[in-house]
Design a protein around this ligand. Structure first.
Ligand SMILES: Cc1ncc(COP(=O)(O)O)c(C=O)c1O
Length: 380
C-alpha cells in the first residue's frame, strides 16, 4: 500500500523502540524518559474527585479556565513571563502534542526550523511531518552541549522561521545560562524568528537557574507540561503560552480539529499541582535525582567517556568514542544494561549514549556501571 509522502522521511521514535527492548527480564533500564516517582497524592485525589463529581465530559477546547489561570499565575511568578491571560494558554494531551500543534500552525513547505544537534528525537520528525526544513545547530560535548560559537554561527547563517530550544535539555541535561538565551533571543529578534522554548525539565535543575526567553522576547511559544515535574507521563497533559493571540487562535484550530481537548478529569487533577504540598514533593524528587546524578558522575570518572557534568534533567550524554553507538547499545543490552544510542538524537549524537537516571535507584546504577566499566575494558 502507498502511504502519504509526509511519512517518507519519518521513522519510529528511537526512545520508544529502545525502551521497549529494555523491558526484558533482568535488564537494568537506563532508557526511560521519566522518573520512578509516583504522581503526588493530592493530584491523584483531585482527579478521582473530579470523576466522582461527573466531570467526565468535553471541556473547552483550549482547557478549563481555572487551569489556564493557574498556569498564567505560575508563568508570571516563576518565569517572569508577562502579557499573558488565560486566553494566551492552550492545554493539551502532553507537551509533545503541544509542540506538534505549534509546529503544524507555524510551519509549512519552504519554512525552516533551527534545531540544536543533538536534541530530543521528536523535534525533527514533527517538523518533517509539517513539511518544513531543518537547520541543525551543532552542540559540542567539550562545552557540555551548551551553545558555543559554532552553534551561534550556524544560527547567524540560517534564516529560520522558528528556533527550538530546550533547557534543561534532552538528551544532554545541559542548562543554558541566561546570557546564552539572551544571545539566542538577540539573533531571533534581528532575524524576526519565533522561538519555541521547551521547558519541560524546568524543575530538574541542580546547579544554576532556569531562564525563560518568554520573559524578554514576545515572539516566544513557551512549552511546558506535567509529565516530568509531577511524574504524570501517563496522564498526558502539557501546555503552551504565547502573548500573541493570533498564534494561540491558529494553534487552537489544530487542537479543535485533532484532540478536541485534554482529558477532563486530568485537567482538574492538575489544578492540585499548584499547591505548596505538591511543591515539597517535587523538591524531594529533585534532591533524590541530584544524588543519582552525582553518583553517575563519580562513576563516569572511572571510564574513558567524555562527560561534562550536566546541571539538569535526568540524563547524561557521554561521548564514548569513535564507535558505532547503535552497535554499542545493542551489545550492552546483551549484558543486560539498556541505554539509548546517541545517533537518533542527531549527527552530533554519534559516538554518544544517553543514560537516564530518572527511573532507577543508586543500587541499580551501581550494578549498571559495574557492567559498563567491565564492558568498556573487555568487550568493546
Ligand atoms: C524535551 C522533551 N519535550 C517534550 C517531551 C514530551 O512530554 P509530554 O509527556 O508532556 O508529551 C519530552 C518527553 O520525553 C521531552 O524530553
Amino acid at each position: 500500500m502507498k502511504f502519504a509522502s509526509r511519512l517518507n522521511e519519518v521513522r519510529e521514535s528511537a526512545t520508544f523502540k529502545y525502551s521497549a527492548l529494555a523491558k526484558g527480564e533482568g535488564i537494568i533500564d537506563l532508557t526511560i524518559g521519566r522518573t520512578n516517582f509516583d504522581t503526588p497524592v493530592m493530584i491523584k485525589d483531585a482527579a478521582k474527585k473530579a470523576i466522582d463529581e461527573g466531570k467526565v465530559h468535553y471541556t473547552p477546547s483550549n482547557g478549563i479556565p481555572e487551569l489556564r489561570k493557574a498556569i498564567v499565575e505560575k508563568l508570571e511568578k516563576e518565569n517572569k513571563i508577562r502579557n499573558l491571560t488565560p486566553e494566551n494558554v492552550i492545554v493539551s494531551a502532553g507537551a509533545k502534542q503541544m509542540v506538534f500543534e505549534a509546529v503544524m500552525a507555524l510551519i509549512g513547505k519552504g519554512d525552516v526550523v533551527a534545531i540544536p544537534d543533538p536534541s530530543w528525537v521528536s523535534y525533527e520528525p514533527i517538523v518533517k511531518l509539517a513539511d518544513g526544513g531543518v537547520e541543525f545547530l551543532p552542540l559540542n560535548p567539550n562545552n557540555g552541549f551548551i551553545p558555543d560559537e559554532n552553534f551561534f554561527s550556524a544560527l547567524e547563517n540560517s534564516d529560520p522561521k522558528l528556533i527550538i530550544i530546550n533547557s534543561p535539555g534532552n538528551p544532554t541535561g545541559a542548562v543554558y545560562p541566561k546570557k546564552v538565551i539572551e544571545e539566542i533571543v538577540d539573533i531571533a529578534d534581528r532575524k524576526d524568528s519565533w522561538i519555541l522554548s521547551d521547558e519541560i525539565y524546568e524543575k530538574m535543575i541542580y546547579e544554576g537557574t532556569h531562564f525563560s526567553p518568554g520573559s524578554i522576547y514576545n515572539n516566544v511559544i513557551t512549552v511546558n507540561g506535567f509529565s516530568k515535574e509531577f511524574s504524570m507521563t501517563g496522564w498526558r497533559l502539557g501546555y503552551i503560552a504565547c502573548s500573541n493571540r493570533e498564534v494561540i487562535n491558529k494553534v487552537g484550530i489544530i487542537q479543535e480539529q485533532s484532540v478536541s481537548c485534554a482529558t477532563s478529569f486530568v485537567q482538574y487533577g492538575a489544578l492540585a499541582a499548584f499547591t505548596e504540598d505538591v511543591k515539597k514533593d517535587v523538591e524531594k524528587m529533585r534532591m533524590e535525582l541530584k544524588e543519582r546524578r552525582d553518583y553517575v558522575m563519580e562513576r563516569m570518572k572511572e571510564t574513558n567517556f567524555l562527560c561534562i557534568k550536566p546541571s539538569g534533567a535526568f540524563y547524561v550524554f557521554p561521548y564514548i568514542g569513535e564507535i558505532d553507538d547503535m552497535e554499542y547499545a545493542d551489545k550492552l543490552l546483551n549484558k543486560k544494561v539498556a541505554v539509548i544510542p546517541g545517533s537518533p538524537f542527531g549527527s552530533k549524537g554519534r559516538g554518544c549514549i544517553r543514560i537516564s537516571y530518572g527511573g532507577v535507584n543508586i543500587e541499580s546504577l551501581r550494578k549498571a556501571f559495574d557492567v559498563i566499566e567491565e564492558f568498556e575494558y573487555e568487550d568493546k
